[in-house]
Design a protein around this ligand. Sequence first.
Ligand SMILES: [Zn+2]
Ligand SMILES: [Zn+2]
Length: 374
Amino acid sequence: MTTTKPPLIWLNVIVFTSTLAIALIGTPLYAWYVGFDGAQLAMLFVAFTFCGMSITAGYHRLWSHKTYEANTFLRVLFAIGGAFALQNSILHWSSDHRIHHRHVDNNDVDPYSAKRGFFFSHIGWMLRDYHADRYHDYTNCRDLQKDPIVMWQHKYYLPLALATNIGIPLLFGLIHGDVWGALLLVGVVRLVLSHHTTFFINSLAHVWGSQPYTDNNTARDNGFLALLTFGEGYHNFHHIFENDYRNGIRWWQFDPTKWLIKSCEWVGMTKKLRVTPEDKVEKARASMLHQRLHKKLLTLPNPQVRLQRLDEEYEALLQKMADYYAAQKRMLELKKKHLLEHYDNFEFMQQYHEMKCRLEDQRRIWKRLTEQYA
Ligand SMILES: [Zn+2]
Ligand SMILES: [Zn+2]
């Protein structure tokens, strides 16, 4: 890495600082002297959601990771919402993001490497021309270059960004009757909120939270951040299973982007939703926990007996998982062929239920033991 800093990108510096200043100073003053009403706040929420979800469901999970397929209407909608969010074109965003996943935490290659500090990964990486050499290199997005909507948005990004960022607040202001209030709230405040909550995924979600699946990179799971980012806070899961259309995989985890993609499937707007096989998820969790506790026990006096117990129960868990998931796979195949009720498979079904029970017992033992050692 060179020691001299690359030149500032003045357009970005001006956009980020001026919008932040206007939002921070202008909003309280306007609220005090003129005031905002419920319709304006509702519109702020709608516009913020439109921008946010276009990035999470569109830019991120659809285009960068191809975790599902979407119809033309939805892709056009996300392309427009993405320009409204003012985060560069789909093609450019996805290219950067694919490099981020491939070279996560590598300070020389990862465009927003968290190891270069909070400020850099949050916004600093966009303020200077750090990777001028590869700015127009989209070789890692050849698949996206075949999508006419992606290329249309890339070509007309600037007019689209201006039309949405000025046009939508202006139109709402004219209808509602307070143009300046709309430009401030739906224009500037919405943009600042949308920017910084998305930027938190590159900064905060790489320093604050838990690492239940892997510690091979800095990505964290953070339920609070998920609330602000339409579910993208479960970043530790996302970095290990990036092809999954979900980020929060449990039903109680807040992931509205997942709910949107799933609901669109019911009405035929999305298809081929990709999910990680359950056994891989369970294995990753168990392996991470085993590794962490193994390291912890090594720091304690006379850990041999406990270490041996931990290793034994872990091995037993893996074995019972392998047995059960293999049986489950066979069971699903038989079900598909409508052979489950067949007399010959009666014995197999008994074995299947036995394996399920054995795995459940082992899960309980593992849980108790790991809680005790934690
Ligand atoms: Zn990603
Ligand atoms: Zn990341």
